[in-house]
Design a protein around this ligand. Structure first.
Ligand code: SF4
Length: 624
């Protein structure tokens, strides 16, 4: 076993055109400025393609696909067995990172590589197998065409090996195709289609020949211990451990963020049947999580066929439950399994089906799909993956469909990415988070619904402080996705936040809203910088972590504007801006996006259309 001080600092670069490979060295300067994971993937993309950003066809050979391992992966740090998949997305036409907690990450990192860069396009379908010093290009043969379950079996990997694979949807170029590793997914943005366009069916890493050793073991151990303590003390994270992300269902019922009938209604009494608590009882669930996780939000449960099945995440549950007026969780489990084996993002497929149901109801597009009718859903999911019949159009996503047929007000997407299962009319900050996220309708950009409803430290229907907190979390999460520590550890950090501990409840919300900077100063995320410094030996402060996050967010946005300016509209679907009346019994509102954006742009130093200036990038030490 070779001991590595800190990180490997090299990527495996594979040229698929001629089946050759080389070593791509990461400089100390880039490691410091971009941290790892998402940040380094972005910088590598920039260094390879900065001259031709406007001419990249996402499914053309010029797009590059990067698998970027987390900096702290395979070190014993909590919730850190994660990696980022990064490329220009065929769904949004913008840069896109998708994080995955599957076993490929650890195998790749312990094979001596901090990541893999795929360039070009293989002439024939191929499986890539690599270890620390060799790469095999194996003809995919009959593996091409297999679903992800069949493929993992056929690859018959040893205990030291792990894979990242695509299913039939990725091969067919479905814009919502995902990449699977173990039972976890890089789900969003259609990156499975990018892998398929390169004719790569699977990448198999043979690892566990290298061991990461912190440069400062004592500091690293201390930071690990601290973060684990935060996680284990958090009452909120206990609910994730017990009920998974579906612990969020009951919050949605109370607050009115549940997606019901293509986000029309915000409430239905039967949503309770899909709660994490109801599913835990019905399926006697148990943990089934990403590797080395201290939270364990993933679950499996006993299904009626007597076997253990993956319990769908909150997002899948919402999109294939209340959003299409289905309250039968058995069906959601079956469809989830099906989409996972075909390799498709459940959020985008669900959002697209709901659009098609409403479009059919309004008579603007013919379809067999109907709210409350489920006998044809499995068939249509298959048809999308294989581009058959109506599935051929649905595979293009809700933005494309609404541009062809009309109905953009109820195409619930931002920048082409279908929105996740939180209705932002219940939490205005979440509306801002969706609108400004570089990757589109992503719930994880700044995830303000956390501060507004899950930890109710801010009034959800208020403007005050929202822009400032959105910026704070966008930068913190960009840095976390670069270290690749799961964003959910952020709840552990939030649980230790001294402001709610020492300020009486009546003053808490005003303090957080009116003094956001001061409140943020009292938050302690130093565990992250201490992990980074302890592992790499590179000095990093708590403030430095946020600055790296800002650099990453802004360089990505600057590149997106060069790549596809028309696609960079920070907007929300008309439904969230204009349709006030819903079936929710609480306060009905729309999102005052213009006001939120005005303050956000000002604080972010963006132009009136949300563009980053070159001088701002220079201020952040970006070398253009
Ligand atoms: S909390 Fe959930 S998503 Fe995060 S690392 Fe653990 S299992 Fe994976």
């Amino acid at each position: 076993m070779k001991k590595v001080n800190g990180t490997n600092n090299k990527y495996l670069k594979i040229n698929l055109n001629d089946h050759s490979w080389s070593v791509y060295q990461i400089s100390d300067k880039d490691r410091e400025k971009y941290l790892g994971g998402k940040g380094l993937a972005l910088k590598i993309y920039y260094d390879h393609l900065k001259e031709g950003l406007s001419d990249i066809d996402p499914l053309g050979e010029e797009n590059i696909l990067i698998f970027a391992m987390g900096t702290i992966l395979s070190t014993g740090a909590p919730c850190s067995a994660r990696f980022e998949v990064y490329a220009k997305s065929p769904l949004t036409g913008l840069l896109f990172g998708s994080s995955c907690g599957g076993p490929f990450g650890e195998a790749c990192k312990t094979a001596g590589w901090d990541g893999v860069i795929l360039t070009g396009k293989s002439p024939d379908p191929v499986v890539l197998k690599f270890n620390h010093d060799s790469v095999e290009f194996v003809e995919a043969g009959e593996l091409w065409g297999m679903n992800t379950e069949e493929l993992d079996k056929a690859l018959s990997m040893s205990a030291r090996e792990a894979s990242a694979v695509i299913g039939p949807a990725g091969e067919a170029g479905v814009l919502m195709a995902s990449i699977k590793s173990g039972h976890r997914f890089a789900g969003r943005g259609g990156l499975g289609a990018v892998m398929g366009s390169k004719k790569v069916k699977a990448i198999v890493a043979r690892g566990f020949s290298h061991k990461m050793e912190p440069v400062h073991p004592a500091g690293f151990k201390k930071a690990t211990k601290k973060l684990k303590k935060y996680i284990h003390r958090s009452e909120f994270l206990k609910s994730y451990r017990l009920y998974g992300t579906n612990a969020g269902v009951r919050f949605g019922i109370k607050s009115g963020y549940s997606p019901v009938r293509n986000f029309r209604d915000r409430y239905h009494p039967a949503v309770e049947q899909t709660s994490g608590e109801a599913m835990a009882e019905r399926y006697t669930t148990r943990s089934s999580s990403c590797r080395h996780c201290s939270i364990n939000c993933g679950h499996k449960g006993h299904y009626k066929d007597g076997k253990l099945h993956q319990i769908p995440e909150y997002e899948t549950n919402g999109m294939f439950g209340s959003n299409i007026e289905n309250y039968d969780t058995d069906l959601i489990i079956e469809w989830n399994d099906l989409m996972n084996s075909l390799g498709m993002d459940t959020i985008s497929v669900g959002g697209t089906l709901a659009w098609a149901m409403e479009a059919a109801e309004k008579g603007i597009r013919k379809s067999e799909l109907e709210f409350g009718k489920f006998d044809n859903i499995s068939q249509i999911i298959n048809d999308i993956a294989y581009l058959r019949g109506e599935g051929r159009e649905l595979a293009m996503g809700s933005r494309w469909l609404s541009e062809k047929y009309g109905g953009s007000d109820f195409a619930i997407q931002v920048k082409g990415l279908e929105v996740a299962a939180y209705d932002p009319r219940a939490a205005w900050g979440q509306g801002l988070s969706y609108a400004v996220a570089n990757r589109g309708g992503c719930h994880l950009g700044s995830y303000l619904v956390g501060m507004e409803i899950l930890f109710p430290y801010m009034k959800p229907l208020s403007l005050k402080g929202k822009a400032e907190w959105a910026i704070f979390y966008e930068d913190l999460f960009a840095a976390m996705n670069s270290l690749q520590i799961c964003q959910f550890t952020g709840y552990g950090i939030l649980a230790e936040y001294p402001v709610p501990k020492y300020i009486p409840p009546v003053l808490l919300r005003p303090v957080v809203a009116f003094f956001p900077r001061l409140s943020q100063l009292l938050m302690n995320w130093a565990g992250l910088s201490q992990l980074y410094t302890g592992l790499t030996g590179i000095k990093m402060s708590q403030k430095g972590i946020l600055r790296a996050g800002e650099r990453i967010n802004k360089l990505e946005r600057w590149m997106d504007f060069r790549m596809n300016p028309a696609g960079m509209l920070d907007e929300l679907p008309g439904r969230f801006l204009n349709e006030k009346e819903t079936k929710f019994q609480g306060k009905n509102t729309v999102v005052p996006l213009d006001k939120l954006l005005e303050e956000y742009y000002l604080l972010r130093r963006y132009s009136a259309i949300g563009e980053v200036s070159e001088s701002d990038l220079r201020r952040l030490d970006v070398d253009l």
